[in-house]
Design a protein around this ligand. Structure first.
Ligand code: ATP
Ligand code: MG
Length: 570
């Protein structure tokens, strides 16, 4: 992959931040100003052979965003020309995901398969004009005959078939007289063209396969190149925006539009696809991850799919903001994970209710707190948002704290609990550790502590300070929960560059904690609401939750740990 320099990336980001401007918006604006385009029409054209991912989100935000900004419209068009890989499940998921991301195609939902009729007629048109022919050359041989960048292609012996013979054979291809792969329809352009796509590209292939929408009506299907531009023309798309791999296809796109009686003149523009560090945005690889069970499904929270990000708790607004910040350019680059995480954290910080949850519980007994007594203390729901109000949390003699918040023999800078050390329990009291109780194996199983009743609310009247504030839950009403912690799916920044992508999978990408304790305010609230577990990160309820058995996903940790991890070489 050619990588843009850091300076380029910074310039791009600055430009994007300034006015949301980019070279595509400049082109559209110029077209509108010059009167070349009256209504801006874009489209997002997924092939329904998988779920949408964060790279698609970039394209969706771009296409729907431009249409919105210029008062035009954006179509959702299923590029469903290959019935062997496409499924209704994917069609439904794509629609749901585009809506979830916040975009609306209104009545403009289309399918390339709706155009099989006109596409067939246009193929006939090319044959009649002597610009297309039926070729019986076996595919492998045809590939070899196309030549190389330095050698021109060689003509097939079928290249000069008569118009009549071509018409007859093409009609019979459609009628189902020939098996898969027996013949194709090719455009007759230029076998010596420097651009390989112009060396008589295939327009139609035989495929005896039922299509989810057209059933058994067709057994020949148009190629991407033949379907795409013509679909754009039928829909009066003005700016057909795609990723850079299609740059070399543009001359063919234009040739077809020029040589067919299509109802409008769309133009293709290319931008750099999104590549995100520590993940893979290739449907082929994502499909394999699902099929081979490396993840639990397309919506596994580790997946870069929109379904996965949704399940993980990433708000759609954060994805839109991410797309805005990365901007659009023509240089491929690998976007740092931190660039994605920043807007997620920023947004969640504003909206997430704060709650207390202990992920690896260690029991604390407050020896001087009366047996059987409990009390309610006031806790702030979101310091960033006073309107979120407060809640009451129960305090009692038996509590849970985080196992990591205790060390029997602490190093110098460990300010949390250890024998003799005093800390603050958030919203509650100062407590002091007297003794750690161990089991037969020598493991600490309980802390015996005392509390200072004068420090209710978290401050000492004598002004004495503590160096740590810990989260906790009361044993009396804490709810058992499962918490799933996620790391990146791959252990290296650019797994797509590796020889074996699957060898780059991160074995620690999922950690399941089954014995967590969460405060009861978490149960029964709006289930999909984002929450912050104090000191731990942002979490959301997973659909695997059952009554009385909540399961939480960690959306993201509290701070950017990337810089730190890298410095450690981890
Ligand atoms: P396939 O390999 O199946 O063609 P694809 O990722 O190109 O996979 P499409 O369904 O054809 O999938 O993509 C729909 C649209 O999304 C296309 O216009 C494509 O250019 C765009 N797109 C796909 N991947 C990315 C990406 N990583 N970044 C930006 N846009 C993307
Ligand atoms: Mg594609």
């Amino acid at each position: 992959m050619s990588t843009g320099t850091a300076a380029e990336a910074a310039a791009r980001e600055a430009a994007a931040k300034e006015g949301g401007r980019d070279f595509l918006r400049d082109i559209v604006e110029a077209d509108v100003k010059a009167g070349r385009v009256k209504e801006v029409v874009t489209r997002f054209p997924p092939e329904p052979n998988g779920y949408l991912h964060i790279g698609h989100a970039k394209s969706i935000c771009l296409n729907f965003g431009i249409a919105e900004e210029f008062g035009g419209r954006c179509h959702l068009r299923f590029d469903d020309t290959n019935p062997t890989k496409e499924e209704q499940e994917f069609i439904d998921a794509i629609e749901a995901d585009v809506r979830w991301l916040g975009f609306d195609w209104g009545k403009h939902l289309y399918h390339a398969s709706d155009y099989f009729g006109p596409l067939y007629e246009w193929a006939v048109h090319l044959i009649k004009a002597g610009k297309a022919y039926v070729d019986d050359t076996p595919l492998e041989e045809m590939r070899q005959m196309r030549g190389t960048l330095t050698e021109p292609g060689r003509p097939s012996k079928f290249r000069n078939r008569s118009v009549e013979e071509n018409l007859d054979l093409f009609r019979r291809m459609r009628a189902g007289e020939f098996p898969n792969g027996a013949r194709v329809l090719r455009a007759k352009i230029d076998l010596a063209a420097g651009n390989m796509n112009l060396r008589d590209p295939v327009l139609y292939r035989i495929l005896h396969a039922a299509h989810p929408r057209t059933g058994d009506k067709w057994c020949i299907y148009p190629t991407y190149d033949f379907a795409h531009g013509q679909s754009d023309a039928i829909e009066h798309v003005t700016h057909s925006i795609c990723t850079l791999e299609f740059e070399d296809h543009r001359p063919l796109y234009d040739w077809l539009i020029e040589n067919l009686p299509v109802p409008s003149r769309p133009r293709q523009y290319e931008f750099a696809r999104l590549n995100l560090a520590y993940t893979v945005l290739s449907k082929r690889v994502l499909t394999k991850l699902v099929a081979e069970g490396h993840v639990s499904g397309w919506d596994d929270p580790r997946m870069p799919t929109l379904a996965g990000l949704r399940r993980r708790g990433v708000p759609p607004a954060a994805i839109r903001e991410f797309a805005r910040r990365i901007g659009v350019a023509r240089a491929n680059s690998l976007v740092e994970m931190a660039i994605f995480e920043h807007p997620v954290r920023e947004l969640l910080n504003k909206i997430a209710l704060r709650r207390m949850a202990v992920l690896r519980p260690l029991k604390v007994v407050i020896e001087n707190y009366p047996e059987g007594r409990t009390e309610q203390l006031e806790a702030v729901n979101n310091p960033e948002d006073p309107s979120a109000g407060t809640r009451r949390v129960r305090f009692g003699r038996e509590l849970f704290v985080e196992r990591d918040d205790f060390m029997e023999n602490p190093p110098k800078k460990f300010f949390r609990l250890s024998p003799g050390k005093e800390v603050r329990l958030r919203y509650a009291y100062f407590i002091k550790c007297r003794e750690a109780v161990k089991n037969a194996a020598g493991e600490v199983v309980e802390l015996r502590c005392t509390y200072d009743p004068a420090t209710r609310g978290g401050n000492a009247p004598d002004g004495r300070k503590v160096q740590a504030t810990l989260h906790w839950v009361a044993a009396a009403d804490a709810v058992p929960a499962e918490v799933r912690l996620y790391e990146t799916l791959f252990k290296t920044p650019d797994p797509a560059a590796a020889d074996d992508i699957f060898a780059e999978l991160n074995p620690n990408s999922l950690e399941v904690l089954t014995d967590c304790r969460i405060e009861p305010a978490l149960v029964g609230g709006n289930s999909r609401e984002a929450v912050q577990f104090e000191r731990q990160g942002y979490f959301c309820l997973d659909p695997d939750s059952a009554p009385g058995k909540p399961v939480y996903n960690r959306t993201i940790g509290l701070r950017d740990t990337w810089a730190k991890e890298k410095a450690k070489g981890g």
